[in-house]
Write a protein that binds this ligand. Sequence first.
Ligand code: ATP
Length: 235
Amino acid sequence: MLKVSGVHTFYGAIEALKGVDIEIGAGEIVSLIGANGAGKSTLLMTICGSPRARMGRITFEGQDITQMPTYELVRLGIAQSPEGRRIFPRMSVLENLQMGSITAKPGSFANELERVLTLFPRLKERISQRAGTMSGGEQQMLAIGRALMSQPRLLLLDEPSLGLAPLVVKQIFQAVKDINREQKMTVFMVEQNAFHALKLAHRGYVMVNGKVTMSGTGAELLANEEVRSAYLEGG
Ligand code: ATP
């Protein structure tokens, strides 16, 4: 479904991605793990077109999207829930979800809203609340919900567990699992919480210093000695 081939991304003279190859099949949950500064967020942002890849190619369902602007990607069926959530803090929960549905098929709003509120009942309770006054976990649910409102086929999640309490992290990952199972949605997730991310994923990749160094099924990577000592034990 998504294929990243030989992608290099720069910030000025800094080479943040040094030839990255990744493939995501339809219906999969794929997790990318790695330490701070490894380049995980940069990869997601490069897929979304900002910053652009300086070299290499990114295709979505066979179509070259390397130079495509972000709004066209949404139309193609790719939605992102960015790191730091970036919800609209002065708008209500409902208004945030409406913003997410701008590119969706006409007439689908009510159905999609119902689906998101069933997935995250907490958002239903808070529907009129200003988004900026909600807890971190609620804001994360809203950011994912807003991405879902565009009815994507590929959902990109940047650190959905960042800064959240363990119980909330569990709820968020359970929701991702449900979305994947029930809606057959493909998910590509970037995470520092390696244990949860690999447990949930069908497949995973490990990124070190701008390069993919390992890949395998979630279970294989969880059992791998190098992964265990670098990302799971005390890390
Ligand atoms: P984290 O988990 O801490 O977000 P990450 O794996 O997502 O880390 P990136 O944010 O992709 O890592 O950063 C990769 C490298 O690119 C880092 O060395 C970072 O300092 C650098 N970098 C990221 N954004 C910029 C920017 N806007 N300008 C310059 N350098 C940047």
